[in-house]
Design a protein around this ligand. Sequence first.
Ligand code: NAP
Length: 248
Amino acid sequence: MKLLEGKTALITGASRGIGRGIALKFAEHGANIAFTYLSSVEKGQALEKELETFGIKAKGYRSDAADFKAAEDLTNAVISDFSAIDILVNNAGITRDTLLMRMTEQQWDEVINANLKSVFNLTKAVTKPMLKQRKGSIINMSSVVGVKGNAGQANYAASKAGIIGFTKSVALELGSRNIRSNAIAPGFIETEMTGALDPKVVEQWRENIPLKRGGTPEDIANATVFLASDMSTYITGQVISVCGGMLT
Ligand code: NAP
């Protein structure tokens, strides 16, 4: 059964990792897909071609999610190309890990802008078309770290906790307009972002997860399909942990 047939999704940061996994799973479920990337231009162009093989409409845009004006321009371009935005997945994110003692103002600002301000930028931009359509599903990629904190990630954890407060506030403001807003809190998902970690640390993470493995982009994509689809029409303002039980 195709759960997203006839819907158009905008996914930020889909050139790699979780965002790419979400784009492929959404295409499998029949959604038309607009997606963004920033530095991985070739990977973005290759993904556009790969998505088209599912028989859906797909287009990649080079756009910085941290830039307010760029988010507005992107939304206008997507509406002009696709005529609608039914689903927004705020997935783009970065890390600049270090202990607070060593953290620079730049490392703080970069993470807050790419991870949290981006969610404000895109959500604000899509609100207008979603209000007009009187429907929409917004899905924000938080993290278990935003719920419980993590040494060496004060900037990242703050950005991901901020996303949760934002998600719930938007759900309260826009529920009456049939616009839903939920967050996903992935645990340890094996992508390029986590590939930078020491293999010993990775083994330790795996050992501490009740399901005894790191997650895959597909694990996150499956939960995202659920929140994007009409299977979840009575769910808003929630944070779903997809973490192999890590947060239990
Ligand atoms: P990743 O492999 O590093 O990929 C990040 C993606 O975000 C890339 O496509 C990148 O595009 C894009 N991006 C970064 N900054 C951007 C910007 N300013 N504008 C537009 N796109 C931007 O990361 P991932 O592991 O897939 O993580 C995806 C999301 O899940 C992030 O929000 C992350 O915080 C969250 N998350 C990940 C984990 C995990 O264990 N992996 C756990 C919890 C939460 P370019 O390559 O083109 O720059």
